[in-house]
Design a protein around this ligand. Structure first.
Ligand SMILES: Cc1cc2nc3c(=O)[nH]c(=O)nc-3n(C[C@H](O)[C@H](O)[C@H](O)COP(=O)(O)OP(=O)(O)OC[C@H]3O[C@@H](n4cnc5c(N)ncnc54)[C@H](O)[C@@H]3O)c2cc1C
Length: 275
């Protein structure tokens, strides 16, 4: 939109959405401006509290952190608190109609971690909410970003980036949209933005004893490719220290109420021999 945008001392940058994309953007920006000796204000607008337990704090993410993301964490000089880490994954075990295959971490010296992205399951609530996204957002805050727990209603680009938040307007030198795909889109009348195509997912957490998880699954994520489904549609079972996390892609809309029960949408693949 704006070519050759150059941030100068005193600039204000707005970040709409404090999920991983917004927090990482803010953390890198703060690092670069500090290296350049610039004083730039970063404001993050995050409407939802990640620390709330159950579906309100959870966004349905399976929570596996890739090697690249862990590299980013290292580059930023961050350390993920142990209580946020649910398990260390060594292999993926893939089940398809053609057989079973195991793919193991080619760099065992570099962990693949599973974490809670939101507040944690409501039914067997941990002593304190566990949330990787909350950890990242708080780090951005600790390093200088200001976080507003508010929803941005509208984003105007011309004549200058302007956010409408509640009844007020805030003016910035730059605005970054990092709102993800799970909330109502921000109204952006200046721009021709088409929402990304999405696929509905469902996720459940089943409580299980640590020793059973270790005995039956160890540190392997089980991936079930559903016969007749698209390549991206698969069910997963992720071993955690306190149970199993089970996300799955779903081609059909899921009724709101159906999301509450265990195995809500797994019925479709329940007849599959591996399950
Ligand atoms: C079932 C499932 C499993 C997944 N598994 C994995 C996995 O194992 N590993 C992995 O790396 N990724 C996984 N992902 C993907 C991962 O969740 C996303 O890539 C990641 O969350 C995207 O981050 P984001 O910051 O772009 O968006 P989000 O995480 O959606 O964050 C955007 C934030 O912006 C806020 N927001 C939106 N609009 C506004 C507004 N107008 N005003 C204020 N705040 C606003 C929202 O509240 C939200 O918190 C999975 C996703 C799903 C659905």
């Amino acid at each position: 939109m704006v070519k050759d945008l150059k941030l100068e001392a005193g600039c204000r940058v707005a970040v709409v959405g404090g999920g991983p994309a917004g927090s990482f953007f803010a953390l890198y920006l703060l690092q670069y401006v500090r290296e350049a000796g610039l004083d730039v204000k970063v404001h993050i607008y995050q409407e939802r509290a990640f620390s709330r337990l159950g579906p309100r704090g959870c966004k349905g993410c399976a929570g596996i952190l890739s090697g690249t993301l862990l590299q980013n964490i290292k580059e930023l000089g961050l350390a993920i608190p142990e209580e946020v880490i649910q398990s260390r994954i060594t292999c993926y075990r893939l089940y398809s109609a053609n057989g079973i295959m195991e793919v193991c971490n080619p760099q065992p010296e570099q962990d693949i971690l599973s974490v809670y992205r939101g507040g944690g399951p409501r039914l067997y609530a941990p002593a304190a909410p566990i949330s990787f996204d909350d950890f990242l957002l708080k780090e951005a805050q600790r390093r200088g970003a200001t976080v507003f727990p508010q929803r941005v209603r509208r984003l105007l680009v011309y004549p200058r980036p302007t956010l409408e938040v509640g009844q007020r307007k805030e003016y910035y030198e730059a605005a970054v949209l990092a709102g993800g795909v799970n909330t109502l889109p921000v109204d952006m009348p200046d721009l021709d933005v088409r929402p990304a195509a999405t696929l509905q997912m469902v996720q459940d957490e089943l409580h299980a004893r640590r020793e059973d998880i270790q005995a039956y699954l160890g540190t392997k994520v089980q991936v079930f490719f559903i016969p007749g489904a698209n390549a991206g549609e698969a069910g997963h079972a992720l071993p955690l220290s306190s149970g199993l996390r089970m996300p799955a892609a779903h081609r059909h809309p899921v009724r709101e109420g159906a999301l509450r029960g265990p195995f809500c949408s797994y019925r479709r693949c329940a007849g599959y021999p591996f399950l």
